[in-house]
Design a protein around this ligand. Sequence first.
Ligand code: 5GP
Ligand code: ZN
Length: 112
Amino acid sequence: MCIFCKIANKEIPSKVVYEDEDVLAFHDLNPQAPTHVLVVPKRHITGIGHAVPEDEIVLGRLLLAARRVAEETGIAESGFRTVINHGANAGQTVFHIHVHVLGGRPMAWPPG
Ligand code: 5GP
Ligand code: ZN
């Protein structure tokens, strides 16, 4: 079982921000901004590049959960960034789809 499946199953502890039937949001272990939360589906999807039409509802729920995370962590007003890395050039290191929710400081554009 992959590391984020284990976190979603509570086999590995995490600092949970939001949870529902389909989704878990928890603080990143190595935060890249004052607020850095990961939103994952409880059901394993390897990456955005492997999503299929049957994933439509859970993909929408990930983004709605990201919005809730932004509100509950107090970064919705000041602004926040959502990132989904896929594959080598994007720097994906965990192969269970996750939405990064980053905020609490200005974000550069273009991203690095
Ligand atoms: P990626 O580079 O795949 O887009 O992002 C993976 C993220 O997962 C990284 O930001 C990394 O810090 C985070 N991460 C990796 N392992 C763990 C873990 O065991 N717990 C938590 N909370 N975050 C993790
Ligand atoms: Zn997984």
